[in-house]
Write a protein that binds this ligand. Structure first.
Ligand SMILES: Nc1nc(=O)c2c([nH]1)NC[C@@H]1CN(c3ccc(C(=O)N[C@@H](CCC(=O)O)C(=O)O)cc3)CN21
Ligand SMILES: CC(C)C(=O)C(=O)O
Ligand SMILES: [Mg+2]
Length: 264
């Protein structure tokens, strides 16, 4: 059954919501077949696919390209695409134009963007225009140059209060869910209790309405860094290394290909 935005939103306090990132057809197909509720084409692809050291370089055209190829692998999951850095910040009009392109060209179900109260007008405009929006608060990687590091956010009472206000603003503006990244678990709990829309945590503890992880992190493909919140459910890089090393050895030793793999 195809997941829709209203169905996703109504899962709050009934059933935990699952989300994973995917960046291409094959990854999306695996996640969808596994029964995931939602798939995010994250701008983290700047780091795990393109090899950049932040999410800033990825362009709108590149996000649209990945949105399109992921869409082909999705049958049931809700498909979310991240709006990349500078595709929605300049003005509400620019945001609408670019989110509109994202929806029309990828046929995704909704978009996600980073930021709080300052983006409430933008969220309102998108939602009124028929574009469902997920918010993203806490560690917002597109602001890395303001903060200087990927550390846990909102550790002071004042910062926590601002985050609560931001979450309420996004809900009032019409966002149907909010991703909470790298914040103390009790702050995430308070926000989750205060909001009627679901919270999706990543490094935000055990009291959120759902959970998201990066595909490459949770399957052990990407080991450039390992934040505390990442749990590894597989060791794909180790498996791939072993497979490729065995292949090299067999070709060098004339053990592959054998007749079995040859045409008459
Ligand atoms: N592969 C990947 N996974 C991600 O989760 C992810 C990306 N890329 N790119 C965009 C952002 C960047 N993210 C990050 C990156 C590093 C930490 C990290 O090292 N955190 C420290 C925090 C220490 C502290 O403040 O106490 C940690 O050790 O967990 C966290 C989130 C999350 N996002
Ligand atoms: C980590 C998730 C929430 C994200 O925004 C991304 O993958 O870009
Ligand atoms: Mg992102």
């Amino acid at each position: 059954m195809k997941m829709t935005v209203p169905k996703f939103a109504s899962m709050k306090s009934k059933e935990k919501i699952t989300m994973i990132t995917a960046y291409d057809y094959t990854q999306a197909k695996i996640a969808d077949e596994a029964g995931i509720d939602s798939i995010l084409v994250g701008d983290s692809l700047s780091m795990v696919v393109q090899g950049n050291n932040s999410t800033l370089p990825v362009s709108l055209d590149e996000m649209i390209y990945h949105g399109k190829i992921v869409k082909k692998g999705v049958s049931n999951a809700l498909l979310i695409v991240d709006m990349p850095f500078m595709s929605y910040q300049a003005s509400t009009e620019k945001a609408l134009e670019n989110a509109g392109r994202m929806m029309k060209e990828t046929l995704c179900d909704c978009v996600k963007l980073e930021g709080g109260e300052e983006f409430a007008q933008t969220v309102f405009k998108l939602v009124s225009s028929g574009i469902p929006v997920i918010g993203h608060l806490g560690l917002t990687p597109q602001s890395i140059n303001i903060f200087g590091s990927y550390s846990v956010r909102a550790k002071t009472e004042e910062q926590a209060q601002k985050l609560i206000n931001d979450a309420i603003s996004l809900e009032q503006a019409g966002a149907f869910a909010i991703v909470l990244e790298a914040i103390p678990l009790n702050l995430a709990k308070e926000i989750t209790q205060k909001l009627k829309i679901p919270t999706i945590g990543i490094g935000a503890g055990l009291y959120c309405d759902g959970q998201v992880l990066v595909f490459h992190d949770m399957l052990g493909l990407f080991d450039d860094f390992k934040p505390k919140f990442v749990k590894r459910y597989a060791s794909l890089k180790q498996d791939a290394l072993k497979g490729i090393k065995d292949y090299i050895k067999e070709v060098k030793n004339n053990e592959f290909p054998t007749l079995e793999y040859s045409y008459e």
